[in-house]
Design a protein around this ligand. Structure first.
Ligand code: XLS
Ligand code: CA
Ligand code: CA
Length: 438
């Protein structure tokens, strides 16, 4: 069989002193941390779209990367070659999961019937590769944003035909997810948003989005999907106002429409940045609301206002992310999907390998550092002490629901002498640096 990544046979762990560019410096898949191998803490996944399809195009220029898989021209042959290349890549890197959109894996045909045929042929081929390699599906999704029929959105389109088309795609994508044993199904709000209220019925659009999601849940559960549905928040791009702005907004939507039992959140780092939040903020909001699901591990650029989908290289951010994952009890159905693409100038296949090694090492080191933060204990202890006034006296009464405005006034009249404590932010940041860089 043709080899697409001949530059490496197997990327192995060689430790932090290794200078081998095709070796992991921190990711040691079987190393046991807190009773579990690193690979099960991290559950890395390959994104089909960025890894096998993206060609580096941007608004100012055409593709820079050859993704014809050796000069192929027939779209179905390319689709099959992508499967071969993808499974070769995951096997060599030791990545155990992947994620896909329907449109990434097979070309759209002239009719929906033809699209379906193409899609299912490739799903079957993927299934044989999964059986051969043991690689699993993390989540599936439908691309309901690329085709011009979705110019006004899919579930939130003003056009019922577009809604119906999206529903048909989603039906097949859920079926494929079930067939391939995936435990997640993602709704990222594609073009589910608006540009101007002058032409928009926001109430109908949101009701319709919820209708589509209820249909997905009903259908998915009826064919045996027992995993999690996810919404992936994003505040802007492509539409000016994306409805799924951030974790908090999405939670409000899910609760309003009674979808919160079936849906969790898929949090992407770059989308957090676009929403003006930190990655860990979005993860914390999801966790404390019992909605932590999965992660799109990438990074944005704080100097840019768009979705650059870069590979994550910031160890501090990865450590704070993994701290949240640990606090959430670890991944169940979710994992860390590298929704990240190499830069336009990094056009060779080697660059994809380097990018994944870098992302995987960053999160491996992040995991190690997150456990060091926990074991060190100073930060957790500080937070515990900071709120200790709620563990006794009037604070305990408040937490136990025993206080009222009257009882609190009575307390203040007798105890008008509170001393404040410092938040010690700079001291805590020093501890963090001390752990990260030792
Ligand atoms: C786009 C999103 C997308 C989702 C899946 O910004 O990140 O790739 O993850 O549709
Ligand atoms: Ca994403
Ligand atoms: Ca993104």
């Amino acid at each position: 069989m043709k080899e697409y990544f001949p530059m490496v046979q197997k990327v192995k762990y060689e430790g932090k002193n290794s200078k081998n560019p095709f070796a992991f410096k921190y990711y040691d898949a079987d190393r046991i941390i807190d009773g579990k191998p690193m690979k099960d803490h991290l559950k890395f996944a390959m994104s089909w779209w960025h890894t096998l399809c993206a060609g580096g195009a941007d608004p100012f220029g055409t593709t820079t990367m050859d993704r014809t898989y050796g000069g192929l021209t027939d779209p179905m042959e390319i689709a099959r070659a992508k499967v071969d290349a993808g499974f070769e890549f995951m096997t060599k890197l030791g990545i155990e999961y992947f994620c896909f959109h329907d449109a990434d894996i097979a070309p759209e045909g002239a009719t929906f019937a033809e699209t379906k045929k193409n899609f299912w042929e490739i799903v079957d081929y993927i299934e044989t590769k999964m059986k051969e390699t043991g690689i699993k599906l993390l989540w599936g999704t439908a691309n309901c944003f690329n085709n011009p029929r979705y110019m006004h959105g899919a579930g939130t389109s003003c056009n019922a035909h577009s809604f119906a088309y999206a529903a048909s795609q989603i039906k097949n994508a859920i079926e494929a997810t079930v067939k391939l044993g995936g435990k997640g199904y993602v709704f990222w709000g594609g073009r589910e948003g608006y540009e101007t209220l002058l032409n928009t019925d926001m109430a109908l659009e949101l009701d319709n989005m919820a209708r589509l999601m209820h249909m997905a849940v009903d259908y998915g559960r009826s064919i045996g999907f027992d995993g999690d549905f996810y919404i992936e928040p994003k505040p802007k791009e492509p539409t000016k106002h994306q409805y799924d702005f951030d974790s908090a907004t999405v939670l409000g939507f899910l609760r309003k429409y009674g979808l919160d039992k079936d849906f969790k959140l898929n949090i992407e780092a770059n989308h957090a940045t676009l929403a003006g939040h930190t990655f860990e903020h979005e993860l914390t909001v999801a966790r404390i609301n019992g909605a932590f699901g999965s992660i799109d591990a990438n990074s944005g650029d704080p100097n840019l206002g768009w979705d650059t989908d870069q590979f994550p290289t910031d160890v501090k951010t990865a450590a704070l992310c993994m701290l949240e994952v640990i606090r959430a009890g670890g991944f169940t159905n979710g994992g860390l999907n590298f929704d990240a693409k190499v830069r336009r100038g990094s056009f060779t296949f080697e660059d994809i390998v380097y990018a994944y090694i870098s992302g995987m090492d960053t999160f491996a080191l992040g995991l190690i550092k997150a456990y060091e933060i926990i074991e060190d204990g100073r930060i957790d202890e500080f937070v515990k002490q900071r709120y200790s006034s709620y563990t006794k006296g009037i604070g305990k009464d408040i937490v136990d629901g025993k206080a009222s405005l009257e009882s609190l006034e009575e307390y203040i009249l007798k105890n008008d002498n509170e001393q404040m404590q410092s938040g010690r932010q700079e001291y805590l940041e020093t501890i963090l640096n001390n752990i990260l860089f030792s």
